[in-house]
Design a protein around this ligand. Structure first.
Ligand code: SF4
Length: 189
């Protein structure tokens, strides 16, 4: 089987992405690196859910650094309240996929992708742009696979495996936005 270095955002998205790649004759290696997650306990919940899925699906989990993010991440975090959603998401995706491409190259992989492409809530144009930029910078192919139509499959798979499912994208700003949206929906009923 061909090899793929697969940046993983969480367990639930991996439940869709891994089987899709395997069905295409590709064996992914998962790599969890998401310093965008706030607060710290949320990072641990999502990491633990991915570990649980990797065990259940017998997929390789490549160790990722748990060290505190470097200067680019701190700059991004500091600008969270001030920047537009588009600017902050483009930066966040660029930082994560750049780190993923560098790790893929260090791991000897020829190509990389991300489980973020499962989510209908993500800006897929920004994912593709960030992946292409990282690919050019690190000399590893970026492979984009649109899995939004299969997003709902992750509900059943997550339930079956008892995986934690998040209610917001990841940063503090997105947590507030998701909370405000839910409140607006409740008020409109
Ligand atoms: S909403 Fe999601 S993609 Fe956008 S900046 Fe926050 S964590 Fe990153």
């Amino acid at each position: 089987m061909d090899d793929l270095f697969l940046h993983a955002c969480c367990g639930p998205c991996a439940t869709v992405s891994v089987p899709a790649w395997r069905a295409a004759g590709v064996e992914p290696r998962l790599w969890f690196r998401n310093p965008n997650l706030q607060p710290a306990v949320e990072h641990e919940r999502r990491r633990a859910s991915l570990v649980r899925y990797a065990d259940a699906a017998a997929v390789t989990l490549v160790p990722a650094p748990q060290a505190a993010p470097g200067a680019p991440w701190r700059t991004w975090a500091a600008s969270l309240g001030a920047s537009s959603p588009e600017t902050r998401c483009a930066t966040c995706l660029r930082l994560r996929l750049d780190e993923a491409a560098a790790a893929a190259r260090a791991a000897g992989a020829e190509r990389f992708s991300t489980t973020l492409s499962v989510s209908p809530w993500q800006r897929h144009d920004l994912i593709r742009a960030a992946g292409s930029e990282a690919s050019a910078r690190h000399g590893v192919d970026f492979v984009y696979l649109d899995l939004r139509e299969r997003y709902r499959e992750s509900y059943a798979a997550s339930r079956q495996l008892g995986l934690y499912r998040q209610k917001y994208c990841g940063c503090a700003a997105s947590k507030w936005e998701a909370w405000a949206e839910r409140r607006a929906r409740r008020t409109a009923r």
